[in-house]
Structure formats: structure tokens, C-alpha cells
Design a protein around this ligand. Sequence first.
Ligand SMILES: *[C@@H]1O[C@H](CO)[C@@H](O)[C@H](O)[C@H]1NC(C)=O
Ligand SMILES: *[C@@H]1O[C@H](CO)[C@@H](O)[C@H](O)[C@H]1NC(C)=O
Ligand SMILES: *[C@@H]1O[C@H](CO)[C@@H](O)[C@H](O)[C@H]1NC(C)=O
Length: 472
Amino acid sequence: MARYHMRSLILFLLLALLASLSQGFLRTEKKIKSAVFLSPKLVMSPGSVSDSYLFDMDFPRGHIGLKSFDAEVVDEAGNPVPLHETYLHHWVVEPYYVRKGAKLPQQEMFRNHGFQRQDPKSNLDSTSSDIILVKNGGLCRSSVLRHYFGSGSETRNTSTYVPDPYAIEIDNPEERPDGYEFKWLLNVHAIDTRGVEDKKGCIECLCDLYNVTTDSYGRAIRPGYKGGLYCCYDKTQCRVKSGFDNGEKTRDLYLKYTLRWVDWDNTVLPAKIYIFDVTDSWKKSVGDSQEHFCKVEYDVEPCKTNGDGCIDVKKKSLVMPFNGYIVYGVAHQHAGGIGAALYRENGEGICTSMAKYGNGVKPGNEAGYIVGMTSCYPADPVKVSYGETLNMEFNYSSAVGHTGVMGLFYILVAQQLPEPELSLPNLFQAPVGSVNVLAFLAVTVLVAVVVLMAAVIYRRQNREDGYQSLST
Ligand SMILES: *[C@@H]1O[C@H](CO)[C@@H](O)[C@H](O)[C@H]1NC(C)=O
Ligand SMILES: *[C@@H]1O[C@H](CO)[C@@H](O)[C@H](O)[C@H]1NC(C)=O
Ligand SMILES: *[C@@H]1O[C@H](CO)[C@@H](O)[C@H](O)[C@H]1NC(C)=O
């Protein structure tokens, strides 16, 4: 009896050792924290536009690794608001450093520092400024598309999770300038389409429906510009059906955002954010030194023929200014969007992100709206080399025309891959040299010790069994 117990104990120990090895016992599970925040209120009435820049928004402080950022518009009771009532054009998050003690009123910050995209000059890059923006890795490095994350109507059903062991590094104390604090700016652009004459026209920001002839800086809108961001800025008003009661329907809404993060340590690998814009004016033939001028929005002309072929395909080739591995990708499109693809020059696919449409009325499933974009989690991180050309392609349905549509690709790039895990299958498969020699030795010694112990116990047991048999 005892013998069988001992044997099964040894077997159990061995199995447990193997199991823990194959799970990579040196890797510690990181505890993912999460928190839900509400933005300051957005006061919305039928046809109104709120394009607010909210400084110093609530956010987990300290040196952290961001794992996901999800958001949606809710009402005062916390109920999700459907897109056919309040269209979420976009929310974007921009980190910045602010000099401690600097007390600029929000409006002044907004005006003087050109946070708004149309402002041609911006003094935010100078380190003498009270505010230093923290930009993404590129490629549009001027005042547009410098934000870290963002999404639009698709936000409810788009996965933003950064795969393990990567995270977006936030507020590394070694990078923070002396005397500055790390903060976040949240820009929310929402359009209230209750009771409007033309919902599609309002969400595509048709200048006529907004009765707008000048942009938010009072400059004349260029001739031929039919619709887009220049016509639906903060406090503009889209045309409401006559007789639709305006006064009673003002309400307070909020962007509710949910963050997941880990405390930073050396088991977390940083992933950098890059945003590619299909309207980027950069051309390979001109060379490296040119600026990436990103127009952000474009129009889709309605197709001439009726029927199936009505797809607008917009392509762009860009040369990559980094080495690294793509670990996540997602596209951003407006209603009418079909999907987007990122691929190598030889045609090899890297990421395809397709639009998901709703087919009902409930929040998250609104018919006619993009309620989600599929995101890419490459099984093996996709290696990209400095100087390599990547292509992207954005498809829109052109059965009807669209104004002010977008074609953005967000990608996360890791500079470094995790060390191969210390597991038995990996130990045997990994090429020589790629496995930490010390770790290999440690495992070998451990296995040897267990086998030795097993042998000793087994022999001792056999002896005991022998005595037993003699005594019976
Ligand atoms: C999208 O919605 C479906 C159905 O409600 C759900 O199963 C899925 O988890 C959602 N995905 C994301 C990324 O939110
Ligand atoms: C449109 O704007 C013009 C001047 O900018 C103004 O006179 C007119 O009343 C506006 N129309 C509506 C419907 O608001
Ligand atoms: C875009 O449309 C073209 C032409 O119909 C098609 O070949 C391509 O696969 C589409 N790409 C995506 C990402 O939908």
C-alpha cells in the first residue's frame, strides 16, 4: 500500500514540475487593474454639436502600462445612449506634461496652444512652454493625429486590448521633464441628431445643414468644401425639423470610459502607437525629408453605375520609419466604410480590419451605423523593418456619396519581443543560443534532483517492502 502511495506521490511531483515548467514558471501573472470614469458633462440639445477639449481628465496616475481603453456615451442615469440619438463622431486622448503650478484657464490653453486641429501655429513643441504634448510615434507629426488613442461610433464593439506581455507605457518618470506633471486631455466630438432633418447629412457634417460658411477661427470655408470637420465644430447647429420642440429636450451626457492597466515593471514590454492616414500626402518619389501632411478626411463620390461595383478603394503606400513588431492593429472608418487592410509590398497581408454594422435600435446595435471594427492580433508579431514600404487600402461603399470620411490605421509596435518562455516544449524547439543558458541549467539541475529523489525514495521503499514481506 505505502509503496503505491509513494509512487503516485513521486509521479504527482514530476507531473507538477512538468506542468509548471510548461507554463513558464518564471513568468509572473500581472494583476490587471481597471477603473471606470465619467467625463465632465456634455450639454446636448437636438441638432447641437459638442466638440469639447477636456483638460486634466481623470486617469490612473503613476508609471503604468495601459492595456485597454473603452468608451461610450451615457446619459445622467448612466444608460447607454444610442448613436441615432447622439452620434459619437470621435473621442481622442492626448497625454501632455504641464509645468507644476501653471494655472492657465482651460479656454486660454485651448486658444493659445492651438489644440484645435485648424490652428496653423502651435507653440507646444517648445520646452519653454507650460504644456508639452506627448505625441504618438507618427506618422502625421504635425498638429493633427498626434493623439494616443481614439475611436468613434465603433467604440462599443471594438477591442482595444493590448495583447500580453505588451502595454502602452504611461508616465515613465525618466522621461518626465523636471518640474512637470503628466496629464491627459480628452477631446469628445458628439452630434445630437434627435429631430434633425437629415441624420446622415448631420453626421457627415454637410456645411449646408449647419449653415456654416466660416470655420471655428472665422476663416472662410474653401469653395467646393461640401462637408466635414470644418463645418461641425463646437456649438454649431444642424438643421432640425420644423416643429420639433427644442427647449424641453436639452440633456446632459457623459463619455464613460473604462481603463485597464498594469503597474509598470520589466516584465511589461512597451508597445508604441503609430497612426497611418490614407490621406497622407507623403510620396515615396519625393523622398524621406518631407513632412507627412495628413488631411484626415476625404469625400467619396457616388458611383455612376448602379449595382455591385460601387466600392471606393483608396490606397496609400508609406515607408516605415521604425524597426519593430506589429502586435495589434485596427482601422477607423465612418458610416459607409466596409473595411481596411494593411499589407506588404509583395501583397502579404498584415492586418484586415472590417466594419461591423448594427441592425436594430439598441445602443451597440444601431442599424446603419458602424458599431464596431474588427481588430488584429497577429498570432506571431509581424516584423517591420526600417525603410520598408507598407500599403494600406480603405474601402467605402459608393452607392451614395459621403463627405468627411476617414481612413486611419492604428497600430501598436513593440521594439522587443519577450524572451522565449522557459517551458519544456520551447526548450527543445528553440534554436541554440536563444534560450537563456542559466535558465536551461537551472531546469536541468531541477529535473535531475527530482529524478534522483525519486530513485532514492523508490529504492528505500523497495527495501522496506522487503522487510515487510519477511515479517509476514
Ligand atoms: C461585440 O458584440 C458581440 C455581441 O454582442 C460580443 O459578443 C463581443 O464580445 C463584442 N466585442 C467587443 C470587442 O466588444
Ligand atoms: C444662416 O446663416 C445666415 C448668416 O450666416 C443667417 O442670416 C441665416 O439666418 C442662417 N439661417 C438659418 C436657418 O439659421
Ligand atoms: C476592397 O475592395 C477591393 C475591390 O472590391 C477588394 O479587392 C479588396 O479585397 C477590398 N479590401 C477590403 C479590406 O475590404
